[in-house]
Design a binder for this molecule. Structure first.
Ligand SMILES: [Zn+2]
Length: 390
């Protein structure tokens, strides 16, 4: 089979399963599940794969809602990644209901088109993108072992090939003081809330001095229990982001220093807890060009990043630090719609969203087969990843 015949076959195999893929995407949308609790989504996708005679490893890498499947023999190993977790309060406001299904559709289409091609495709069902850095756990658990290229897509409001996805780290700040009657014996107390507010204000002052492409934001999660008790505990959750992994490390030190100073000033005890770091997405140019060309043949023109475009952060950043990979966005909306909004939740179940999900499945499958069939493409991708050439 030549490349054109393979791509025709892939489109047919995705369309053949259109009803099942659409149904899965809508069912997952209707039952949003938070990070590490995506039991309905992971089970539905794995059940469907088994109905298609795929052997599925459920609970992969020690994560209950992760799964793996593989097809093919020899040659390079291409991973297709799918997410399926939702957001608190607004359900699938990031459209992840469309990502697991696209990955499943792509995997099955590749499996059905492998004759005469040396190569393997691994489907990785990825839990916990919205919080918890699921892919970092998957990497530590060996799910990416031997993978030569990692491909995924994300629903958005623009067709964007190389989105800026910031490096990010969470900081949970807890200050512990000493409770006392706020009127009778305030001199016996240590005010944890005052410590937190002083640290917060220092952080706000710091925000005026950081690089304009970096972000520090958060919420206060505990400010005490009663107005007549000196608070013995106060807490906040902060997020620190930057497009530069090195600058992020510097910002971490400076944000922490704000609260260290406040703890000294008030006598409260500071207990900081950092999450794992999400790294910047490093889009692999040769793989991105192959994906863009496939998207073009399917009727979409991928755009380059605009200087002002910033998305959030993703654990796919850590994957693309380790392995050549891509994380393009495909629009599911008619115009600009912010992610993580109720409007985007609505958009993630429209006919346009489902059509784009199937288009993504085709483009991911075609790109996977391009990498298997063209050793020169994988060579270029690896050289670009290693920084030797683009
Ligand atoms: Zn997302």
């Amino acid at each position: 089979m030549d490349a054109a015949a393979r791509k025709k076959r892939i489109s047919e195999r995705v369309e053949m399963r259109a009803q099942a893929l659409d149904r899965l995407a809508l069912e997952i949308h209707a039952r949003p599940e938070l990070a590490f609790e995506e039991r309905f989504a992971a089970t539905s996708l794995a059940d469907y794969l088994e109905s298609e005679k795929v052997s599925v490893q459920r609970g992969a890498a020690g994560l209950e809602t992760a799964f793996l499947a593989e097809a093919g023999a020899g040659g390079p190993l291409i991973a297709i990644l799918g997410e399926y977790d939702a957001l608190p309060g607004i359900g699938h406001g990031c459209g992840h209901n469309l990502m697991g299904t696209a990955a499943v559709g792509a995997f099955l289409a590749v499996r059905d088109t492998l004759d005469g091609v040396r190569g393997r495709v691994r489907l990785i069902g990825c839990p916990a993108e919205e919080r918890g850095n699921g892919k970092v756990h998957l990497m530590k658990g060996g799910a990416f072992e031997g993978v030569d290229a990692a491909l995924m897509y994300h629903p958005g409001d623009r067709d964007e090939i190389d989105p800026l996805m910031l490096a990010m780290v969470n900081l949970d700040v807890e200050l512990l003081g000493k409770a006392a009657h706020a009127a009778a014996e305030p001199h016996d107390g240590v005010n944890a809330l005052d410590g937190l507010v002083l640290g917060w204000n220092a952080m706000s002052a710091l925000r005026l001095l950081v690089r304009s492409d970096s972000r520090i934001h958060g919420i206060i999660t505990d400010g005490g229990k009663a107005a007549n008790i000196i608070p013995d505990r106060a807490a906040a959750r902060l997020m620190v982001r930057s497009p530069d992994n090195t600058y992020l490390a510097e910002l971490r030190r400076r944000v922490l220093a704000c609260f260290e100073g406040a703890a000294i000033a008030t006598g409260a005890e500071l207990r900081p807890m950092w999450s794992e770091v999400c790294e910047v997405v490093n889009t692999n140019r040769p793989l991105a060009e192959a994906f863009a060309e496939n998207a073009r043949t399917l009727g979409r023109t991928m755009q380059a990043r605009r200087p002002s475009d910033t998305h959030g952060s993703t654990d796919m950043g850590n994957v693309t630090t380790a392995i050549a990979g891509i994380h393009p966005f495909l629009s599911i909306t008619e115009g600009p719609v912010p992610g993580h909004s109720l409007a985007f939740t609505e958009a993630a179940r429209t006919p346009r969203a489902l059509e784009t999900m199937r288009l993504a499945a085709k483009a991911l499958a075609m790109t996977s087969l391009d990498v298997m069939a063209e050793p020169a493409l994988l060579k270029r991708a690896k050289e670009a990843h290693d920084g030797r050439a683009a």
